[in-house]
Design a protein around this ligand. Structure first.
Ligand code: LMR
Length: 396
């Protein structure tokens, strides 16, 4: 049976990791996969995580099954981090949070839940969106369509066109929004725009699904969640998927969450039973370790303060690199305007070069990034920025 399978190309994002590792060029630069890197190019284990790990080793008493919803303690803490502990949907008992294997596990669980509610639903994703959103949602059989989002010509959001599409939607539609630090374009809605989307969701009855994978890496923990909090306060139902990969640096520990906001506490309990049943049939239950560390950090004032300072340092480094890159490009005499990079948030921006130029930079200069021209800004450092800008100048 397996003989009938056909060879597939490498994953457009993860495939870059393997190609970069194999490249012997000492000048090679990895701007591919969205992982934070420090000035030495390393993706560090955060100090708060190390301390939580030590504490965990000393206090863990069992390795028995954790159960489909994961740790309830983690659920309560992550929900408060995302929505704010006193958000009206929490105080009204309308939320329901499950620990998941990363943000991907949350997205697939959300898609399966949507399918149970309405197998004919359409999931609307931004054009462009994170490449893996499409299979994570679409492989369930749900229909995927795109709403306009980023205009490459002006390097900004096409908000009017986005709204014009959302105005046509209704109760059979799900709209997937990026909570902050849009992947791949780095262009985020402002609070007024979130408010407009919220009013539209309420008026038209579509279900918002907010994917929050980079909380704390844009403007700050509170600021990055402000838009989704507006939305959650306005609509009767909503899904939020979240990841602790980037902000806690827990990538390989697969730590995430899905928050389902229901219209009432009774509907909340029903949704909970369905979500537990959904995940039991996919991965049974999430891995425990990463979420245990997040729980330890968020339960301790001291570790939370340490984690906050480390997260702030990551965010500041990325924002400094954005400014430095634009300064270096201007200083190099490149005429094309790249100033939009300083206005965008999080790890990613489109460089705005063609797929041929991306391939050329890889082949000639060993600079690796996604063919859409998405770069991971965190992959830049003092040691590689001049080589990067010189190489860019050559292809431009
Ligand atoms: C990315 O977009 O590079 C990250 O979210 C990693 C991934 O799984 O694609």
């Amino acid at each position: 049976m397996l003989e009938t399978l056909l060879q597939l190309p490498d994953d457009p994002i993860l495939g870059l990791m393997a190609a970069y590792r194999k490249d012997p060029n000492p000048l090679k630069i990895d701007l591919g996969v969205g992982v934070y890197k420090d000035e030495t190019g390393n993706t560090p284990v955060l100090e708060a995580v190390k301390q939580a790990q030590l504490h965990h080793i000393q206090t863990e008493t069992t390795k028995t099954y954790i159960g489909p919803p994961g740790s309830p303690g983690f659920g309560t803490l992550i929900e408060a981090l995302i929505l704010g502990a006193d958000h009206p949907v929490i105080t009204a008992g309308r939320t329901n949070t499950l620990q998941t294997p990363g943000g991907c596990g949350a997205l697939r669980a959300g898609a399966e839940l949507i399918k149970r509610c309405n197998a004919g639903a359409t999931v609307w994703v931004s054009n462009p969106t994170w490449a893996n959103h499409i299979p994570l949602m679409g492989d369930t059989g749900l229909q995927i369509k795109e709403y306009p989002y980023y205009d490459r010509a002006t390097a900004s959001i096409q908000f009017e066109a986005m709204i014009a599409t959302l105005e046509q939607l209704g109760p059979n539609d799900v709209v997937l929004l990026h909570g902050c630090c849009h992947n791949p374009c780095g262009a985020d809605l402002n609070l007024e725009q979130w408010q407009q989307v919220a009013e539209l969701a309420k008026a038209r009855g579509f279900l918002p699904l907010v994917d929050l994978a980079y909380q704390g890496l844009g403007d700050g923990l509170e600021e990055d969640a402000a838009g989704l909090r507006i939305l959650a306060a306005a609509v009767p139902e909503m899904l939020i998927t979240a990841s602790c990969s980037k902000n806690f640096g827990l990538y390989r520990e697969r730590t995430g969450a899905i928050i389902a906001i229901s219209s009432s506490p009774v509907a909340r309990d029903i949704t909970h039973s369905q979500l537990c049943n959904v995940v039991r049939a996919i991965y049974s239950m999430p891995p425990a370790h990463g979420a245990a560390l997040v729980e330890i950090i968020l339960s301790s004032q001291e570790l939370t303060a340490l984690w906050n300072s480390e997260l702030t340092a990551m965010r500041n480094r990325i924002n400094d690199l954005r400014r430095l890159l634009v300064e270096k490009i201007e200083a190099r005499g490149i005429q094309q305007d790249f100033s939009f990079i300083t206005r965008q948030k999080g790890m990613f921006s489109f460089l705005g070069v063609s797929p041929e130029q991306v391939r050329q930079l890889k082949a000639d200069n060993s600079i690796y990034f996604v063919e859409s021209s998405r770069i991971n800004v965190a992959g830049i450092n003092a040691g590689n920025i001049d080589y990067l800008v010189d190489s860019l100048a050559k292809v431009l």
